[in-house]
Design a protein around this ligand. Sequence first.
Ligand SMILES: *Cc1c(COP(=O)(O)O)cnc(C)c1O
Length: 410
Amino acid sequence: TVNTNGQLSIGGVEVKDLASQFDTPLFVYDENHLRERCREAVAAFGADSVIYATKAFLCKAMAKLAYEEGVLLDVATGGEFHVALSAGVPGNRCVMHGNNKSVDELRMAITNNVRHIVVDSFDELNRLEALHAEGLPAPRVQLRITPGVHVNTHDYVSTGQDDSKFGFNLNNGDAHRAIEQARASSAVDLVGIHCHIGSNVLAIENFEDASKVMVDLFASSGLQELTLGGGLGVAYTEKDNAPTMQQWADVLKRAASSLPPTARVYVEPGRSIVAAAGITVYEVGTVKKIDGIRTYVAVDGGMSDNMRPALYESEYEVFDPERTTADRTEHARIVGKHCESGDILVFDAPVPPNIAVGDLLVTPVTGAYGYSMANNYNKVTRPAVVFVADGAARLVVRRETLDDLTRLDV
Ligand SMILES: *Cc1c(COP(=O)(O)O)cnc(C)c1O
């Protein structure tokens, strides 16, 4: 919200106070917003039907929050699973994903009693056979199917097309072969099928197309569980339009309406739970006006805390939290402090006039795939993360120190 002083405020705390208390760059999440998004998803899809894709944003506080809100957790590596377990989330509230799970990751999933494992390949089925032969119990599994559906999103996050590293291809017969093999095996308890067509999907028809294919396969399979993935897009800039959680639910429910009431349908939202709940706060360190070309505004973070512009040419808006309502009459490229020209946060941002060294800048909608992709490029320390609610801020991930940067050196 913008308060009566024209100051950007989150969870009842002014962003400028957060910056002076916790320093910059800083990830700030509105905790009530996170909780409301979880509740909205549970209300739209039903209890124990929503699986939060933790790769979008994970720390112990987030894992605990999702668990408290009745949301299951999708973990795609042993590392994500470890964080969820460390936060006190029971193994059976987690679902194990990944296109190349190691034997150790599979063993960890089974011994910690995950709700189910989403099996991605024949090699993984073989590994599960070997673990069963070692004496481990047969886990409940779903098979990830690649339905052969193209979505309108960046190629790097499109996962449901035939040419994909994910899942069992439906069109070439692999999906049917995998279902037969899993059904015949005593090493796994095949309970369902799964698809996830991609990320930041803004066209609701894409979900409709994939769901139809999956519902047909599911109906003929006689299985009990169907997961229709995540991928609901969000609005990053003024010109974006994203479907609501309810619109997404309506489309999936319509597609699944022919199924018997005993069928359990899961969804796996990641981005749509956390993206809009978070902002990043930076401080301006350099302003460089190149006459006739452009103005570069450099902040104290960059591609180490937000990889998305460099990876996908993603667009963001930027605001001065102390002049939130000011007309943004000038243009600038907002860049970071890394040694690359591709270290861009906003390619061509409308900004208020006279941005100066020491000003704060905020990029909204950085709650997903920001901190989770953060890195130490140039030995930059990763930012702190705070949750704010009801006028109080709490640190949930501390800022890295210089000593953290040599912690792994031997
Ligand atoms: C990433 C992922 C999701 C979540 O995707 P979002 O676009 O963040 O909603 C869901 N399921 C699987 C298997 C994923 O890999």
